[in-house]
Design a protein around this ligand. Structure first.
Ligand SMILES: C[S@@+](CC[C@H](N)C(=O)[O-])C[C@H]1O[C@@H](n2cnc3c(N)ncnc32)[C@H](O)[C@@H]1O
Length: 224
């Protein structure tokens, strides 16, 4: 007889069905180590109001315009609310988030990925997209010092890479060591996913969970 190791799904079968489900936890607020500040609440509310009116149907991608539920319209909302000079993105992938943000602000977007954008067969980027948009192929958690002076100028940093909680913790510690010209907002994807729970919970900077207005798997903003 073959003995099969039990997984969490065998022990705790999901009580509901969905096309995609992830394990998570709900946690008490009384011992949460950080609260949002005025800047996060005001900017978050403004971004949500804008996101409600944003139309990303021109991207011809069902996910891009799914709101609430996906983060693309909320990202566009943050662009209009903040009017950043420089946005840094960690995790380009197919470029959908970059293209969602780009038309909604006039500054530059530098997107980092360990793989070049054109190695994704389903990329939504074309060479014409580049100009204000630039891709750097690098693991910023390793090459951070090389990009420190660029990061100092960032107004908004979108972190959407491994979601293992380890990279995100490392990046947060590195970003916290930067002397920013203006205090930036960090936007983390997937904060409700099991592997991200510890990292998000332990953040001691002002933070705000915007999941109901962003990605179903968790969207959270942090002020440094
Ligand atoms: C979930 S995808 C990003 C999706 C994209 N932001 C969007 O919403 O359309 C994650 C990407 O992060 C990249 N990645 C993983 N580890 C990374 C690292 N250490 N630095 C930069 N990018 C990384 C992966 O190659 C992958 O393309």
């Amino acid at each position: 007889m073959i003995w099969k190791k039990k997984t969490i799904r065998d022990l705790l079968p999901p009580p509901v069905k969905a096309s995609h489900g992830e394990y998570s936890m709900i946690l008490s607020a009384c011992d949460e180590p950080a609260k949002p500040n005025d800047f996060l609440i005001k900017t978050g509310l403004k971004a949500i109001q804008i996101a409600a009116k944003v139309d990303l149907s021109s991207l011809q991608n069902e996910m891009a315009n799914l709101w609430p539920g996906e983060h693309y319209r909320l990202l566009a909302g943050f662009m209009q609310a903040l009017k950043p000079d420089l946005v840094i993105e960690i995790g380009t992938s197919t470029g959908l988030s970059a293209l969602a943000m780009l038309p909604y602000f006039a500054g530059k977007l530098v997107t980092f990925d360990i793989k070049p954008w054109d190695s994704y067969p389903n990329t939504v980027l074309t060479p014409d997209c580049f100009g204000r948009l630039k891709q750097v192929v690098a693991d910023i958690s390793i090459d951070f010092e090389k990009y420190r002076s660029l990061i100092e100028k960032a107004d908004f940093i979108f972190i959407d890479a491994t979601h293992d909680g380890e990279l995100e913790k490392k990046l947060l510690d590195l970003f916290a060591s930067v002397q920013f010209k203006k205090p930036p907002i960090l936007f983390f994807d997937d904060i409700r996913v099991w592997t991200m729970l510890k990292m998000w919970r332990e953040i001691r900077f002002p933070k705000l969970d915007l999941t109901s207005f962003g990605h179903w798997s968790g969207s959270g903003i942090v002020a440094l």
